[in-house]
Design a protein. Sequence first.
Length: 442
Amino acid sequence: MIKTFPKGGIHPPENKITSSEGIKKMTVPKVVYVPVSQHIGIPAEIIVDTKDKVKIGQVIAKSGGYVSSNVHSPVAGTVTKLDKIIDTSGYKKQCIVIRTDPKDTSNFEDIEYPLKTDIEIEPKAILQKINDFGIVGLGGATFPSHVKLNIKEGTTIDHLIINGVECEPYLTADHRLMLEKAEEIIVGIKILLFALHIDKAIIGIENNKKDAIDLFKTLTKDDNTIKVAALQVKYPQGGEKQLVRAILNREVPKNGLPLDVGVIVHNVGTIFAIYQAIQHNKPLTERVVTVTGKKVKNASNYWVKIGTPIKDLIDEVGGLPEGTRKIVNGGPMMGKAIKNLDVPVTKGTSGILIISEDEASRGEPKNCIRCSECINVCPMGLEPHLLMNLSEKGMFENASAEDIMTCIECGSCSYVCPSHRPLLDYIRFGKNSVKKLNTSKN
């Protein structure tokens, strides 16, 4: 029987338009805008100044603390400005602006790294290198990877789960990466097993990616340490708690982490970035981004340098289609609309979705009819209608008591609501308000 998580979930139209599109190399941008906060935690501290010459892979902002991450230059060029710009969050954040040097050939080299399978580094050095090379979770959360892998003494870990689910509609960056870099991903998994001193890894892939499932099963058929789990197609299967339950039937505590049940979860993109850092000394300066939409002329997957303006990606796919209403950073369920096209690609940018007028239109919100559909689909067992009402009325203490902070913001509730109520919008507002309330108490 194909595995899945037992509580809630939905199956929206997949719209995996770019699943057969191989990863292309994005045109090198003339200017990059590199935010110093591309990760959960403390922003990195800028260590360059205007007019400084920088090389590809050079550290331009150092980790600001334990839960933080280094930032490296994605191009060779000149720092022209240290400024605050609007990033994917919609707020102004500190940024390093670098003009690419068109005469430096390193900017235009397309290096094909040979597969390197031998691990010639000790476990502690692996964690340090992951830290030094700015690796963060590329599935969207952008949690610094060295922190997740630094296991406290006395904590027992017995499984590494690799998240190859990519359950968001439209996005195919992870799918294509699995097809094109499978051998490297397997080496990356072995690197982490060695670093964690464990011997069990499971790659979770939804059943709509049969080519990736078959490929990994073939490559691991003689390996007792790495298994492949084919999963039912159900959103939000890529959530860590849902994935752990689906694969291992372990229930992560309400306010806990997979670590609490002996598991570490990493996205396939993160695993590939770790492989490149350990085996080829390559810091995280680019990532795969899906640029897509039903009316996009040349929708595809691209290797994109961190800091590339989104307008450059849109030019690459043939420009904005007529009738475009919304441009979303991420997928349609959990992604957020961006304010302008100067917003740069960051380590957490998995996709850019261009939505037309007819697709983006919301129905007129009506009164709740108490149908309980939002409760039925919530993968966390919450009452979204109640959380929205409490947030709307400013009753944040009550919202906190009703576990609003455990919401994973998957948007399933808003998707099924027959009254078109903006459930997720208000729940996000409520969560932010509860965070501020808790901070003020401390």
